[in-house]
Each structure stands twice: as structure tokens, then as C-alpha cells.
Design a protein. Structure first.
Length: 647
């Protein structure tokens, strides 16, 4: 089924994509003209630098200048930069580009006065409020490297990020607001700081009226008091000169162990790629309103709540709420009407939540959605039912596009700005400029059309993608570059159809996607294994109609444990919430007598998942004892989680 807004023949995509592959330096040199440089790059790409080369070498610039100051200089000062809409607090606020400039200059001054210098790290642990954006941009302004930590993580996750990033300062707020509770951030921050080896010199806390935090003499500072002091003292920070290859931020993401990976984002390449994507991929022009209903704790939030819309001179919507329940399933349509949103970017799970509450889409009729031209989806597989539901009711193209924290922007999508291609429901579109994508078979050779395989991107990665992991070049090589020489391993599996459209079918590692949130089952297994009564365990992601996947943990208890299994299961559920956080949505723990294994002792997680997902499965030839899988099927079925049987 197709919903092109223009006939395919008029798309400029084929010519533009080919150019980006045949003449990458020429292509990106031209794209870089949309950015203000203090000094033009000496070289567009230097393959001798870094792990696989570096983009825009010798270029000097500043992200905050490009995202804020230049728009004020160009006369956009009175244009809204941010529409903050918070149904969870009943607050709305418009921040113009001029006001944004004032705030980032002041906060930059505050950070400088706290001793933050170019290259120092600043951890930002904040909810979806304008001050979080001021914080990110203020860091960019003075050349500090920010690391934003999502509010749904537990203290231990915050601590591990603080230990890896070693920030000089932590910027936080007293609380975040979830529909069912107020999440006091400060006690979590205090707890995290009791666990870290590295202590920041200062914590700056924005007091929110919903839960004020107590501040520790000496270390903690009141955000507004410092802001006032900077304002009265004229402590403004101007933009530092930053190299294109300097890091703008480190964003931690789940790896295949409990230790998160610090994805490094450089400054110049990221600016150029994001700026290109706003018009080329999203079809959005300066002055228009862009809404990414994500969270600043995730890469989508970094790129498309903050940097890309502001680089483009758009107005970004900062939404502190949920797709449903704040107050109802019509809230997305209300926001579109109120701010005249041109493009909405969200996760399929948000649409599934809306569809569940309002299957007929009746609430859409209450709002004028005529400003909306395109709906973009990413973060997890978009199931065709949901895409078609949205397409039919919204009457706009619904574009699924694929990307990762590591890439910072889309690897594949439908280039709306170049002229839409056919939308094939189930596909994530075609490669974006600079990405050469191959589907590799088991031998690491390119597979033909429609053949499933491991998806790999030819090196070098285009601008915007990670140059390395934070202070871990070797881990970067091992995790991504070693298995398929000459390629970046995406750890996603899928296929490409004869028209070059990609289909992403799942991960090849232990990562699962829960409500659009990326989580490591390996990390959860580490937590389960740490429980005193657990001998061994396995965590798998099982299908969930709303969240796409949810984690399901199996534990074998130690011999001699006499306590009731359900008591231990509840403790395990609480432990995951305490160590990883509520975002893990870990609610299913099942005590079993044994785990199904191969004769060499490998746990058959893949087959367990098929059983749980009620998919047909074959008895693995190498299984140690076939009845062990029947036991898993029986226990899942007893809990109402599966009805599958062996094929
Ligand atoms: N701070 C603190 N806690 C948070 C949080 C945050 N920023 N975000 C989520 N949580 C908590 C939730 O309150 C919930 O806690 P609970 O167990 O006490 O209920 C838990 O983490 C699980 O959250 P979630 O998986 O999001 O489930 P939910 O039922 O609260 O909401 C959806 C379901 C579908 C509405 C929601 O997941 C959603 O909007 N998803 C879209 C995600 C997205 O945009 N991802 C970005 C990719 S582009
Ligand atoms: P994250 O790093 O949190 O953005 O998660 C990246 C992972 O999410 C990818 O490796 C995919 O497994 C999955 N993902 C992201 N976008 C899509 C999509 N459009 N379709 C299918 N899976 C996706």
C-alpha cells in the first residue's frame, strides 16, 4: 500500500543518494555550507585520524552559536524557539530565540564560575523542562561535553554513568513528574553519589514546586540563585571556539553487558548531518514547528527535540506528558492543533497506546490537524497494523525510519524533503546519504535481495555517527568493527527488497526494545544473578501488544532454598527496579527447576522466546534434554503467557 505525497518519479533521492556515495566529500562540503564556521574545515574527511577517520577536520565552530545566536542575529529573536507544554504540571511556556540566548549565556556563565572548562563533562539529570535544553546548549556554548541521563533509570545506572564520564558538575532538578507519581530526583542523585568513585565538585538543582529538594551545604547549589547571581554580576558566557572533531556529548546506551556504552558525538559532523536531515529527510523548513515526542534522555531527544530543530531555526515542542492519560488519548492531536506542528516524530508504542484507548480515533475529530504533513516513527519495529491505523485516520504519510543511538540520525528512511518514495508498510525505507548498507550472510558476504542477514554499514560512517566510544577505542573496535572487516556492525538483522527498501526484523544481540526504550537483557541477568537465592537465570524479551517487547526473567533457585518461589520472584522484580530502574518495565519473573540448554551448556534463549511469543519452534538438534523446553512451555502457559507448541 502506498501514500506518496508526490509521484516517485519526481523524487530527487536517487540522484542525491548516488552523489553522496560517489563523491562523499563534495556532497558533505556542500551540506556544510548550511553551518556557520569560525574556520572552514581543512579537510572534509581524513581517513588517517581516529578509529576509522574523522569528518570536517580543522573546522572551527560552535553548536550553540549555530542553534541559537545565529538565528537571533538573522532576525528570528522574537520567534518561539521552544513551546513547552506540560500536561502533568498544567504548565505552558514559550521561549523565544532571544530569551533562549539570554538563558544559555547566563547558564554558561554559571558553569564557568563553577570551574567548568572546555572539554570538561557535565552530567544532566533532568526531566522534560526548558531548563534541560538550556543546560545542554550552555554546555555546548562553553565547549563542555554533556551527558544526559534519562530520568527513568535507577541510582546505580546514574552512578555508573557518572563514574565513566567523570563530570565536574551535575545539573539536575528536584523532581520529574510521572502520571502516577512524583519522582524525586535529588535523593536518587544523592544515593548515586554515595556509589561513585568520582565526585563532581558541584550539583546545581532546579527546585520544582511539586517536590523541593534539600540541598547539601557546600556541594549543592540552587539553580535560580546562581542564575540570579550571574545576571546581576553580568557573568555572561560567549561561545567558545570548538573543533569540528571535539565531542559535543556522550550518551550512554545499553551494551551487551551491564556496563553501558558511552557513545561519543562530535560537533561538526553532527551539525552538518542534522541540518541536512531536517530539510532532506523530514521536509521541514526554518520557521516551522517540529515535534519529537521523545525524551531528552534518548538520542531522538538529543537530535530532534534539541539540536536539529534549533539548528534549522524551527520551533521545537517540548512535551512533558504521555500519549495517553495526560489527560487522554487526544493530547497529541491537541498539541498539533495548538502549536501548528508540521511534522511529528514518535515511537510506534505511543501510537499503540493511543489506538488502544481510542481505537476509532474519535478524539482526532476534536482537533484541527491540518498543519501536520508527516508522521515519522522510529525506535522499534513499527507493526503494519499500527502504521495503517495511523495512516488511514490521519491522512498523512506515516514514515517509519531506522536509526540507533550510535548513528545519531536516520540510517534509512523515506526522504520526504527530496520527494517521497513509495511507502511500503513494514519497511524502514532507503539508505540516507552517506550510508552504504549491506545485508551479510553467515559468511559475511553480501546476501541477495529479500535474503535475511546481519545488517552492516560500510566504513566510513557518514557525518553525525559516533567516531568512537568514550575513552574506549578498543571496545568500539571490538563491539562494532571487528566481526565484519570494513563494516560497522549494526547488530540488527533484516533484509532489503529488490527496490532497495530495508526491513528491520530484530537484534542479533541481547538488546530488547521495551516501549521504544533500549535495554540489555544481559544487564538484567546480572541483576537477577546477584540475588542470594538465584543459581542461574535467563532474561528474554517477549512480545507485548503495547510495548512491543517486555522482559521476562527465568530463575533457577539454589539447592536448599526453602522460601516460597513467588516471594523470591517479587524480590527479583523489585531488585531490577532498584538497580536498573522503572524504565526496565521488568514485571515477569518465573522460578523454574532448570533452564533448557544445549549439550555444551548454552541456554536456549531464542527457542524460549519463540515459545513465549506463541511462534512455531523446532526442537534444537543440540538440546541436552528435550523435556526442558516442554517445562518452559508449561510454566509460560500456566501464567497465561504462551500457547505455542513444537512444530
Ligand atoms: N522518569 C521516571 N520514570 C519514568 C520515566 C521518567 N522519565 N519514564 C518512564 N518512567 C517509568 C514509568 O512511570 C513506569 O513506571 P511504573 O512502573 O511505576 O508504572 C515505568 O518507567 C515504565 O515506563 P513505560 O515503559 O514508559 O510505560 P508506561 O506505562 O509509563 O507508558 C507508553 C507506556 C507507551 C505510554 C510510554 O512508554 C511511551 O510514551 N513510550 C514512548 C517512548 C518514546 O518516545 N521513546 C523514544 C524513542 S523515539
Ligand atoms: P536506540 O539506540 O535506543 O535508538 O535503539 C536502536 C535500536 O532500535 C536499533 O538497533 C533497532 O533494533 C531498533 N530500531 C530503531 N528504529 C527502528 C525501526 N524503525 N524499526 C525497527 N527497529 C528499530
Amino acid at each position: 500500500m502506498t501514500t506518496p505525497d508526490r509521484p516517485v518519479a519526481t523524487s530527487r533521492y536517487p540522484a542525491i543518494y548516488d552523489r553522496s556515495i560517489q563523491d562523499p566529500e563534495g556532497f558533505w562540503r556542500e551540506a556544510a555550507r548550511a553551518i556557520d564556521w569560525i574556520a572552514e574545515p581543512r579537510e572534509i574527511f581524513d581517513s588517517s585520524l581516529g578509529v576509522y577517520g574523522r569528518w570536517f577536520v580543522g573546522g572551527l565552530t560552535n553548536m550553540c552559536h549555530n542553534a541559537v545566536d545565529r538565528h537571533v542575529d538573522a532576525g528570528r529573536g522574537q520567534q518561539p524557539a521552544i513551546y513547552y507544554d506540560s500536561p502533568v504540571t498544567g504548565t505552558k511556556r514559550t521561549v523565544t530565540y532571544s530569551e533562549l540566548l539570554t538563558e544559555v549565556r547566563l547558564l554558561g556563565g554559571v558553569l564557568r564560575d563553577l570551574g567548568v572548562e572546555k572539554g570538561d563533562r557535565v552530567v544532566i539529570y533532568m526531566p522534560m523542562i526548558p531548563e534541560a535544553l538550556f543546560a545542554m546548549l550552555a554546555c555546548a556554548r562553553i565547549g563542555a561535553v554533556h551527558s544526559v541521563v534519562f530520568g527513568g533509570f535507577a541510582a546505580a545506572e546514574l552512578a555508573s554513568r557518572i563514574d565513566d564520564a567523570r563530570p565536574k558538575v551535575v545539573l539536575s532538578a528536584s523532581c520529574g513528574i510521572e502520571p502516577n507519581r512524583t519522582v524525586a530526583y535529588k535523593p536518587l542523585l544523592d544515593l548515586a553519589l554515595t556509589m561513585t568513585k568520582n565526585t563532581p565538585t558541584a550539583c546545581v538543582v532546579l527546585q520544582r514546586p511539586q517536590a523541593e529538594a534539600s540541598l547539601k551545604e557546600g556541594r549543592d547549589h540552587d539553580w535560580n540563585a546562581l542564575r540570579e547571581k550571574a545576571a546581576t554580576g553580568g557573568r555572561w558566557a560567549e561561545c567558545a571556539t570548538v573543533s569540528a572533531t571535539d565531542p559535543l556529548y556522550v550518551l550512554y546506551t545499553s551494551g551487551t553487558t551491564g556496563k553501558p556504552k558511552g557513545v561519543v558525538r562530535d560537533t561538526g559532523g553532527y551539525m552538518v548531518a542534522l541540518r541536512w536531515s531536517m530539510e532532506g529527510l523530514y521536509g521541514v523548513k526554518p520557521g516551522e514547528v517540529f515535534w519529537s515526542a521523545s525524551d531528552i534522555g534518548w538520542v531522538v531527544g538529543h537530535s530532534y527535540i534539541v539540536y536539529a530543530p534549533l539548528l534549522t531555526g524551527c520551533t521545537t515542542v517540548l512535551y512533558e506528558g504521555k500519549p495517553v492519560g495526560t489527560p487522554d488519548a487526544g493530547v497529541f492531536w491537541r498539541v498539533i492543533e495548538e502549536y501548528k506542528v508540521s511534522a511529528l516524530f514518535t515511537a510506534p508504542t505511543a501510537l499503540r497506546a493511543i489506538k488502544k484507548e481510542d481505537p476509532e480515533g474519535k478524539l482526532m475529530a476534536d482537533y484541527d490537524r491540518s498543519s501536520l504533513r508527516t508522521l515519522f516513527l522510529a525506535g522499534e519495529r513499527a507493526d503494519p497494523d499500527t502504521v495503517e491505523w495511523a495512516q488511514d485516520r490521519l491522512s498523512v504519510p506515516v514514515v517509519d525510519h531506522w536509526w540507533q543511538t550510535e548513528t545519531g540520525w536516520a540510517i534509512a528512511g523515506n526522504p520526504i524533503g527530496l520527494g517521497a518514495l513509495d511507502i511500503k508498510v513494514g519497511s524502514t525505507g532507503v539508505p540516507m546519504p552517506g550510508y552504504t548498507i549491506d545485508i551479510l550472510d553467515e559468511g559475511g558476504h553480501p546476501a541477495g535481495p529479500n535474503k535475511m542477514g546481519a545488517i552492516a554499514i560500510k566504513l566510513p560512517l557518514p557525518p553525525g555517527c559516533l567516531p568512537t566510544l568514550w575513552r574506549q577505542d578498543e571496545r568500539f573496535r571490538e563491539s562494532y568493527l571487528t566481526e565484519y572487516p570494513g563494516y560497522y556492525k549494526t547488530a540488527d538483522a533484516g533484509f532489503c527488497d529488490p527496490d532497495g527498501q530495508l526491513y528491520i526484523m530484530g537484534r542479533t544481540d541481547d538488546i530488547i526494545n521495551v516501549a521504544g526504550h533500549r535495554l540489555s537483557t544481559g544487564g538484567m541477568e546480572e541483576v537477577l544473578a546477584s540475588h542470594q537465592d538465584v543459581a542461574e537465570c535467563a532474561v528474554i524479551g517477549i512480545h507485548d501488544a503495547l510495548k512491543g517487547e517486555v522482559p521476562c526473567g527465568f530463575v533457577v533457585l539454589k539447592a536448599g532454598v526453602t522460601r516460597a518461589p513467588n516471594e523470591i520472584e517479587n524480590e527479583i522484580i523489585a531488585l531490577v527496579r532498584e538497580r536498573i530502574g522503572p524504565v526496565a518495565a521488568f514485571r515477569i519473573a518465573i522460578a523454574v527447576h532448570r533452564l533448557p540448554k544445549t549439550r555444551s551448556g548454552k541456554i536456549l534463549r531464542g527457542t524460549m522466546k519463540k515459545i513465549a511469543d506463541s511462534e512455531p519452534w523446532n526442537m534444537p538438534a543440540t538440546i541436552d534434554d528435550p523435556s526442558s523446553l516442554d517445562e518452559i512451555a508449561a510454566v509460560l502457559s500456566a501464567r497465561g503467557l504462551s500457547k505455542a507448541s513444537a512444530a
